[in-house]
Design a protein around this ligand. Structure first.
Ligand code: ADP
Ligand code: MG
Length: 698
């Protein structure tokens, strides 16, 4: 394989390759497009396309694809080969600038939430030159955005790029007010920590629930779970180690900065974290990472589960979105500064985030809402569905002192006024690492922890960027008009703290008492499920903010509301259908045949000697038949509930019915089956158990 630095990024058409393969003029002009969003000339596009094609072919590629992220949550690609016929009966390899810039996948089957129907049947893909092209297998993949002909976004990348633009624009206004007249662009960066489970492929194949839905729908708790905490950061088993090693190599070849890996809390659970990078690239990389994780697993006889809750009773998997804002000069705006003046600027950006998170709690909750993630949020293992911010002791003390207009510490003596030299220099707080907070300040970045492991990070960052852009816009509007900058700044920061203090919570987010306090005393939102939160996407304040920041049009928001709920409904309905099927054709017959054999034993014993007691056998047969009866009844009820969903008038009503009845019926059927599992002899059980799955990989 050679050294990492020799093969890192070898499958990426990155800056090094561009420099080496493009003329200076073409390279400069492409750089301008990448760095400043300048419009790309077709002659430049043609030159880039040719260089890309030659490089791709030299690296084994025969095809190219516009790689995009439709609202299905996974990536999509349609491959075209480079070949074109030559007059002499042979072929030549072709790829034009036009083909690089724009593609027209026959995309009518991708969800559009009604958008396409009203405009055009097809959508088109447009090259995102800010994210490098790469080779996967024999295909050159070109990262693209996916839109309808009416210009509506049909993907996750387009609004993400718009939200980054919105934030940059407002942040620059603020920085100008602080005297920075060189900044050209402000970017957000993300480092997503990705959790996942590994299970044995042979066992996985025997479970239809895993194959159809990505999670187990049945399974009694094994005698050993995660209670010993012996897996967290534990020694990595050889099979897993071999997997991680190959995964790293594959990711490194794609220029993905895979950095940290360790075992997680649950048995069979692991985590991978890359080094952070610009948000849209981090998003592309995270999608690719999830895909490669699954591919590499298959080569090792394993399956990588990215579902948020593959197993009941042990921790689910999340994704921590480490997020920061920095200038094109590399200055992190969420880093407390060296001087009071820098600290004032830091405090303003901090306040912008505090205000954004409080004002748009609902949008943040919505951005992570999926059927799978509903099982995690609020289940005493992941942050609750209530959004709050953790600041840490020191920063919290600073904030409180500012609000009360009091000295920050006894030593400081003087009252604080921002922008003047009495503002204390404070250090990054690295002491407390509150793992229970949904949104934690961790020194120079915020860590948004509500994302589910399978979520695209695009959604969370779209909402986060937009909401912060809105706070900054309000601040900039006011500060630009201010007669006395420092006084206005000071007042604004104080007011933000006063108005939005309720969102700050430094205690234990898993505590029930907190949920009570948050909702009853502080008036924070607690949308426990996807159907609870999703309608609020269309609340007027949210539509106003997202449209005025030019991140979504109203039509796009409506379509997204439809698609998100439709995804939710389909996911749960497939689960319910799978349960009916498994209970009827696998579980009930298994329990039945065990009962029959036990009954036979009882009969045989009786025939042998009328005096033999068979109370064990007859008791067991009775118990088993009570259970099979219950399983049959619960299966019928679930099937009935599933059928009646078809009559719901709209997607909102259907989602509510799923939340209120279908999920209850599912857990009733599961309870009966799990009870049967623990009294049925192992060899009768039709598929691998929790114990097998969770401890099966050596
Ligand atoms: P943990 O939260 O597991 O203790 P770290 O805090 O060291 O781990 O890092 C977690 C993730 O945060 C990594 O992906 C890392 O690259 C990312 N990260 C570190 N600094 C920043 C930053 N300034 N902006 C965005 N992400 C960052
Ligand atoms: Mg973390």
């Amino acid at each position: 394989m050679g050294t990492v630095s020799a093969y890192f990024g070898k499958l990426v058409f990155d800056d090094r390759v561009m420099k080496a393969n493009l003329s200076a003029k073409v390279y400069q002009s492409l750089k301008k497009t990448i760095d400043e969003g300048a419009k790309l000339d077709i002659s430049v596009a043609n030159a880039v396309a040719t260089a890309m094609k030659d490089w791709a072919i030299a690296n084994g590629a025969t095809h190219y694809t516009h790689w995009f992220q439709p609202l299905t949550g996974i990536t999509a690609e349609k491959h075209d080969s480079f070949i074109a016929p030559s007059p002499d009966g042979g072929v030549i390899m072709e790829f034009s600038g036009k083909e690089l810039i724009k593609g027209e996948p026959d995309a009518s089957s991708f969800p559009s939430g009604g958008l396409r129907a009203t405009f055009e049947a097809r959508g088109y893909t447009a090259w995102d030159p800010t994210s490098y092209a790469f080779i996967k297998g024999k295909t050159l993949c070109i990262p693209t955005a996916f839109c309808s002909y009416g210009g509506e976004a049909l993907d996750k990348k387009t609004p993400l790029l718009r939200s980054m633009e919105a934030l940059s624009k407002q942040a620059i206004r603020i920085l100008r007010l602080f005297g920075n007249d060189t900044v050209k662009c402000v970017r957000t960066s993300v480092g997503p920590e990705q959790e996942y489970f590994l299970v044995d492929k042979e066992m996985y194949d025997q479970r239809r629930d895993l194959r159809f839905t990505g999670r187990t729908l049945f399974g009694a708790k094994p005698p050993k779970g995660q209670e010993l905490d012996d897996h967290y950061f534990g020694v990595i088993k050889p099979r897993v180690e071999a997997y991680m090693q190959e995964l790293n190599e594959e990711l490194w070849k794609l220029g993905i900065l895979a950095k940290t890996e360790h075992n997680e809390v649950a048995p069979a659970q692991h985590e991978l974290a890359p080094i952070y990078t610009t948000t849209n690239i981090a998003t592309d990389h995270n999608q690719l990472t999830m895909e490669i994780m699954q591919k590499v697993a298959a080569k090792h006889g394993l399956v990588c589960l990215l579902h948020e809750k593959p197993f009941a009773g042990v921790n689910g998997s999340g994704k921590h979105n480490n997020w920061s804002i920095s200038t094109d000069a590399g200055v992190n705006l969420l880093s407390p500064g060296e001087t009071p003046y820098e600290n004032a600027q830091f405090l303003l950006f901090l306040c912008a985030v505090i205000k954004a998170v409080d004002d748009y709690q609902d949008l943040l909750r919505i951005s992570v809402a999926t059927a799978g993630n509903d099982h995690r949020l609020g289940a005493n293992e992941a942050p609750p569905a209530v959004v709050s911010i953790f600041l840490g002791d020191e920063l919290n003390a600073v904030i409180e002192a500012i609000q009360k207009d009091e000295p920050y510490s006894a030593a400081a003596k003087t009252k604080m006024k921002l922008g003047v030299d009495v503002l204390p220099k404070f250090n990054r707080d690295t002491t407390d690492r509150n793992r229970t907070s949904p949104f934690a300040f961790t020194g120079n970045k915020f860590e948004f922890r509500m994302l589910g492991s399978s979520n695209s990070i695009a959604c969370a960052n779209i909402m986060l960027n937009s909401a912060v852009a809105e706070s900054l816009r309000i601040y900039a509007d006011r500060l630009e008009q201010a007669e006395d900058f420092e006084t206005t700044l000071h007042e604004m920061i104080r007011k933000t703290i006063k108005d939005h203090k309720r969102i700050i919570f430094n205690g234990n987010g898993y505590d029930d008492a907190w949920i009570k306090e948050a909702t009853e005393q502080r008036g924070l939102l607690n949308y426990r499920t996807t159907p609870d939160c999703m309608p609020h996407l269309l609340d007027q304040k949210n539509v106003d903010m997202l449209t005025s920041q030019k991140v979504f049009s109203e039509a796009e928001l409506k379509s997204r509301y439809e698609i998100m709920l439709d995804n939710y409904c389909k996911a749960v309905m497939i689960e319910a259908g799978t349960m009916v099927d498994m209970a009827r054709t696998e579980i009930a017959p298994a329990v039945e045949s065990y009962a029959l054999d036990v009954a036979k034993t009882a009969a045989a014993k009786k025939a042998l000697d009328a005096g033999l007691a068979c109370s064990y056998e007859s008791g067991l047969v009775k118990k088993l038949s009570t259970l099979t009866d219950r399983i049959a009844v619960k299966t019928d009820e679930l099937e009935q509930a599933l059928r009646s969903l078809d009559s719901a008038e709209n997607i909102g009503a259907q989602a509510n019915a799923i939340r209120d009845t279908l999920l209850t019926k599912m857990s009733e059927l599961r309870a009966a089956c799990d009870e049967a599992e623990v009294v049925t002899a192992k060899k009768y059980w039709p598929f691998p158990t929790y114990g097998d799955l969770l401890f099966g990989v050596k």
